[in-house]
Design a binder for this molecule. Structure first.
Ligand code: NAI
Length: 386
């Protein structure tokens, strides 16, 4: 069938295999053009199929020549429905990597499950022996924890409800939104899903399975952003989970000190991904940020960020701030960038949105995530679904 985008709010329910392939190819080409670099050689990426995790995998493979084992949770195609974008991305990545002589395998299953952790360990033993890097890049709405309870995360504030501008993704209108405050229970559940507990479980399991190379590095990703987004992010329910993730980084480093294993948080730039599109206020902030950063020649997407991580931040130490965090949000949080963003935030309304925000750039990235909107892809092609 001919596949078209079907957008429902902040999600697109279809994905295009050829466009996803093109998205992966462009990211690979970007890294290849920058040339090879030293880095890890055997990398496990948990949450490898889209956004930052996919870009990490591509940068490690095509920049450092790494073998990559991925874990993802993606939907294959059925007779009536396309596969999810992450499924197509991964099929394309594996195909390219194999053709280029790079090991790439992926386990499509729930990363939160203890059984899947054992499956990954068995695969590492069989194919790689050990891994020298573990990247934890999950963005999930819920988690069934080892206690058998399923926890759901929420995107709410903590304390008081918070009202600010947002972009209505159905109409592109700038409107006000009030984000309700999470209950203590909701915050605790969000920490269970997006905090560091499962990252620690992974490291414990990998260590017990003897598949972590001595001195291995492990990374997880976070976001801080400017004060404007703090009520919904850094000081919101998701922020509480991220604070737990920071603590866990320290705990992992201490826990596995005898093996020289070090854990870091990389604080990344706000970008359009499936995960970030769901957060109120953030899409409007991102549209303004894109406009300002593009004008200043500072704009980066996931692959530019992850290439810079491996090329500049990791080999030199890593380069960290006073709280031991890698800062890939350094350009985003530059004073001149944020001054312009804040000015635009004050003035933006539906009528002048094009003047202050890169709404088209937002939507271009959004469609690209699902494999739509790429020049050179024949979208009129009849694609067999299965
Ligand atoms: P994404 O939605 O593009 O990717 C999420 C990945 O997690 C996918 O590979 C998906 O298959 C996988 N996944 C979800 N549930 C799973 C499960 N149960 N088992 C196995 N795999 C599962 O998300 P994005 O935005 O790349 O986020 C990754 C990390 O980066 C998150 O920790 C997020 O908070 C962080 N981050 C994102 C920023 C953004 O602006 N998008 C900014 C800074 C950090």
């Amino acid at each position: 069938m001919m596949i078209e985008p079907k957008v429902r709010g902040f999600i697109c329910t279809t994905a295009h295999p050829d466009g996803c392939k093109e998205h992966v190819r462009r990211q690979m080409e970007y890294v290849k053009q920058n040339g090879s670099m030293p880095g890890p050689k055997k990398v496990l990426v948990i949450g490898c199929s889209s956004g930052y995790g996919l870009a990490t995998r591509i940068a490690a493979a095509y920049g450092c020549g790494a073998s990559t084992l991925g874990v993802m949770f993606e939907r294959p195609a059925s007779e009536k429905r396309t596969a999810s974008a992450g499924y197509y991305n991964t099929a394309a990545f594996e195909k390219y990597a194999k053709a280029d002589g790079l090991y790439a395998k992926t386990i499509n299953a729930d990363a939160f499950s203890a059984q899947v952790k054992q499956q990954v360990i068995a695969q590492i033993k069989e194919d790689l022996g050990q891994v020298d890097m573990v990247v934890y890049s999950l963005a999930a709405p819920k988690r069934t924890a080892p206690d058998g309870v399923t926890y759901s995360s929420v995107l709410k504030t903590t304390g008081e409800p918070f009202t600010n501008k947002t972009m209505d993704l159905k109409t592109n209108q700038v409107t006000d939104v009030t984000i309700p405050a999470a209950t203590d229970e909701e915050v605790a559940a969000t920490v269970k899903v997006m905090g560091g507990e499962d990252w620690m479980d992974w490291m414990e399991a990998l260590s017990a399975g003897e598949v972590l190379a001595p001195g291995a590095l492990t990374l997880a990703y976070s976001y801080i952003g400017p004060a404007l987004t703090h009520p919904v992010y850094d000081q919101g329910s998701i922020g509480m989970a991220k604070h737990h993730l920071y603590q866990t980084a320290g705990e992992i480093t201490r826990r596995f000190a005898d093996k020289g294993i070090k854990a870091y948080i990389s604080v990344n730039k706000a970008l359009v991904t499936q995960a970030s599109a769901a957060i109120p206020i953030v899409p409007l902030y991102i549209s303004i940020l894109y406009k300002v950063m593009k004008e200043k020649g500072l704009h980066e997407g996931c692959i530019e960020q992850m290439d810079r991580l491996f090329r500049e931040k990791l080999p030199a130490g890593p380069v960290v701030d006073e709280k031991n965090r890698i800062r890939l949000d350094d350009y985003e949080l530059r004073e001149d960038v944020q001054a312009k963003v804040m000015d635009a935030w004050q003035h933006i309304r539906t009528e002048n949105a094009g003047e202050y925000a890169d709404v088209d750039g937002y939507w271009e990235d959004f469609y690209h995530i699902f494999g739509f909107g790429f020049d050179g892809v024949d979208y009129s092609r009849d694609v067999p679904l299965v």
